[in-house]
Ligand binder design. Structure first.
Ligand SMILES: *Cc1c(COP(=O)(O)O)cnc(C)c1O
Length: 367
């Protein structure tokens, strides 16, 4: 083949670019960004202080092995720091896992409304994405298992899932794991684990500890309010951590992120405050939106999937335009195959009440 320009590997140019949550509203209108599941509480003050202090040492490379942060995480979660790896956001770790374990001819499974970063990571590694249908906007273990074959190498499961907010109880995750061949890696993405209160939920720490083919990823972007710094971590079996350490950049996490995250994870008060705010407003907002006649998928995260009727004048797209004009930026989820829904992050009291009131006007009017 004689190409007259450089050509990317097969699959790469088929990737649909990830569209981040929007953040622009008309000039002069106050912005309430509810499109990226960011924390309305913001980060811990101690994390901000640690970040500011790191400004005094910008000439030095960061600790490439993230020792202090891995020890802090190990302390807080009672884990061996040797089984932890840090990444430039958990997105980096999700991609590194695909790069390490997937290649052309391999298949990797994710569920119908699963986080879109998985599809991108699979295609970027040259492998084939396989989509398992969901039931009631929730991952279905049997549907996933039906798609496992000799080519399957990896399964991504967000638990709870974004953008639906639904989850699999730990007994279902165990059932999934128990039925998988030992050479298939189960990736449990627990980005919202800190928010969850359900007794039948576990992020997967015990499952990782007891097996060779499970890894759990976590992030500082959500409850810890450090999305700007790009920092996440994974807990996995020794062999897997060793593998990922070989292919990551030697200084993949920057010093400011390491400093802030190391402080943030120890600030229990801040975490509790963030959980309390979310508990209160997740429930209040869902009830209020349902009282307006909207269908809202039950969520255990810090966001709600709100369904609009496919009726002219009342569609998700029109609601999105109406809200944006008033400063409330939600997330369109057409890219997830959910054209009739919007995802709303739980924001400040003012933001949540504002959305509820604006949607009340929108649904009541003959716009
Ligand atoms: C937000 C989110 C992440 C976190 O990504 P970071 O790269 O750590 O910011 C991971 N998985 C899911 C499902 C998410 O919603």
């Amino acid at each position: 083949m004689s190409d007259n320009r450089p050509v990317a590997k097969p699959g790469i140019d088929d990737i649909a670019i990830y569209v981040p949550g929007k953040s622009s509203v008309p000039r002069g209108v106050q912005l309430y960004k509810l499109s990226s599941n960011e924390s309305p509480i913001g980060p811990s003050q101690s994390a901000i202080n640690a970040y500011a202090q790191s400004a005094g040492h910008l000439e030095s490379y960061p600790d490439g092995s993230a020792t202090a942060l891995r020890e802090a995480i190990g302390d807080v979660h009672a884990l061996n720091p040797d089984n932890i790896i840090c990444g430039n956001g958990s997105d980096e770790l999700l991609a590194l896992l695909a790069n390490a374990y997937l290649g052309p001819g391999d298949e990797a499974i994710y569920s119908e409304y699963g986080f879109l970063v998985y599809r991108i990571a699979i295609l970027a590694a040259g492998a084939t994405p396989v989509v398992a249908p969901e039931t009631g906007y929730c991952a279905n273990v049997d549907a996933i298992l039906q798609r496992v074959n000799a080519k399957t190498r990896l399964i991504y499961l967000a638990n709870p899932n974004n953008p639906t907010g639904t989850y699999l109880p730990i007994n279902e995750v165990r059932r999934l794991h128990g039925a998988l061949p030992k050479n298939v890696l189960l990736v449990l993405d627990a980005a919202y684990a800190e928010y969850v209160r359900q007794n039948d939920y576990e992020a997967g720490i015990e499952l990782v500890s007891a097996s060779e083919n499970v890894v759990m990823t976590r992030t500082f972007s959500k409850i810890f309010g450090l999305a700007a710094l790009r920092i996440g971590w994974a807990y996995g079996p020794t062999r897997l951590i060793d593998t990922i350490n070989r292919i990551r950049g030697p200084f993949n996490v920057n010093a400011a992120a390491l400093a802030a995250a190391t402080s943030a994870i120890r600030d229990r008060d801040h975490i509790e405050r963030s959980i309390a705010h979310n508990n209160l407003w997740l429930e209040k907002t869902r009830k209020a939106l349902m009282a307006l006649g909207l269908e809202v998928t039950p969520s255990i995260g810090n966001f709600l999937l709100v369904h609009f009727p496919p009726v002219e004048g009342k569609t998700a797209e029109e609601a999105n335009r109406y809200l944006t004009a008033r400063g409330y930026v939600l997330r369109g989820v057409g890219g997830y195959g959910l054209p009739n829904a919007l995802r709303m992050s739980i924001g400040s009291e003012q933001a949540n009440l504002g959305v509820i009131s604006a949607l009340g006007e929108f649904l009541g009017s003959d716009n």
